[in-house]
Design a protein around this ligand. Structure first.
Ligand code: PLP
Length: 391
């Protein structure tokens, strides 16, 4: 029996590199391969390419090129910003949320334990929305310490988004610094940092059809912190280490491609998400959608809870994998080594449901969703498949 056709619905984990992106990267492996710090012509060519790329990334943010710094990934960008803000800007308190990515949460734990920083996690409701009134109260509390607010633009497990402009404006009005992990939203949404008064943001190329191993951080003029990695003077002393030039060129090509086709791709992916949602509702009883699914939510993510009592998530994931379906899971339960998803736990998702995250890209199709539904029926509704097959 031949292996089933791969159905890739795990685009929030990573995306395929777009062919145009790969093409844009290739010359920087074998032709313009100079070290951008070298003074000879190959080095100067590489330097010029990087600076052009920086300008293009900055344009997508409505920012200045001097505010963009290339990193090895989103994790490094988030780590550098949080650590640097504490070390170089005198931050004493960080307000965040329990549903952030682990690269934020683990950095916060470290800053709390090793640097004595006060960390406050805002309450989140069942949709994963933060409590803005609580944020406001904390920001305006008497004798408030120097504060950084760090909130992700969109949650990578359930897709819930924040009103970034509103929150950033609120934080700035109260005199706090504000950072957003925008790994799931840069190159997926228009971002205008002239209108969103962020101090910092982080992004990662492999979430928008760029290569793995490259990202960037934005630091508003005046808020620049020092490097976390010590060494050379690359990235204006903010990130030592020879630049990943092919990666930077790939990330920039991917961002350019994404912003050229933003409206078309957004509508297309959103229509796929709606179709998937409708097909799931039609075919599977008692399912629930986790997050703010019909509200302010990523158009790329649908987190689905299947009502399968005593059906461990790992078993479902294994069966999906055997059927060629690539997805990610999250489980609200917490037993033994399975500590479950911290996001589903924070939103108090029902542990009776087995949670699966489907995440879509422009490379998915409606017929892939039809195949997905059919294979899911075979796994979750075997009696229906028997009846169907014996007809
Ligand atoms: N932040 C969010 C919201 C993410 O989804 C991810 C990746 O899963 C990261 C940060 C980490 O990015 P990277 O894989 O580039 O380190």
């Amino acid at each position: 029996m031949s292996a089933p056709e791969i159905l890739y619905f795990d685009n929030a984990a990573t995306t395929a590199v777009a062919p145009q992106v790969l093409e844009a990267m290739l010359p920087y492996f074998t032709h313009t391969y100079g070290n951008p710090s070298s003074v000879h012509h190959l080095g100067r060519q590489a330097r010029a390419a990087i600076e052009k790329a920086r300008k293009q990334i900055a344009q997508h943010l409505q920012a200045s090129p001097s505010e963009v710094f290339f990193t090895s990934c989103g994790t490094e960008a988030n780590n550098t910003i949080l650590l640097g803000a504490v070390r170089d800007l005198g931050i004493q308190r960080i307000i965040s949320s329990p549903t952030e990515h682990h690269c934020i949460l683990h950095s916060l734990e470290d800053l709390q334990h090793r640097h004595n920083i006060e960390v406050v996690y805002l309450s989140v409701n069942e949709k994963g929305q933060i409590d803005i009134t609580e944020l406001e109260t904390l920001l305006y509390q008497a004798n408030a310490p120097t504060t950084l607010v760090s909130l992700m633009h969109a949650n990578n497990e359930i897709g819930t988004m924040i009103d970034l402009a509103k929150i950033a404006t609120l934080c700035k009005a109260a005199g706090a610094y504000v950072h957003s992990d925008m790994v799931q939203t840069f190159a997926h949404y228009p971002i205008n940092l002239q209108e969103i008064p962020l101090d910092f943001m982080a992004s990662s190329a492999h979430k928008f059809h760029g290569p793995k191993g490259v990202g960037f951080m934005y630091m508003r003029t005046g808020n620049v912190v020092k490097s976390m990695i010590l060494g050379g003077a690359q990235e204006r002393n903010l990130r030592a280490g020879t630049e990943n030039i092919a990666g930077i060129m790939g990330m920039t090509a991917a961002a350019n491609l994404a912003y050229q086709n933003l409206e078309k791709d957004t509508q297309y992916i959103f229509s796929l998400k709606k179709y998937l949602q409708q097909q799931l509702l039609q075919n599977f009883p008692h399912i629930q959608f986790n997050g703010d699914v019909d509200g302010n939510s990523l158009y790329t993510i649908l987190n689905v809870g299947f009502c399968q009592k005593n059906y461990p998530t790992e078993l479902l994931l294994f069966q999906l994998d055997v059927e060629g379906i690539c997805v990610s899971a999250g489980s609200a339960c917490s037993s033994g080594s399975d500590i479950g998803s911290h996001v589903l736990k924070a939103i108090k998702s029902s542990p009776a449901h087995t949670a699966v995250r489907f995440s879509l890209s422009k490379f998915n199709t409606k017929s892939e969703i039809d195949m997905l539904i059919q294979r899911l029926q075979g796994i979750l509704l075997p009696e229906k498949m028997v009846a169907h097959n014996s007809r």
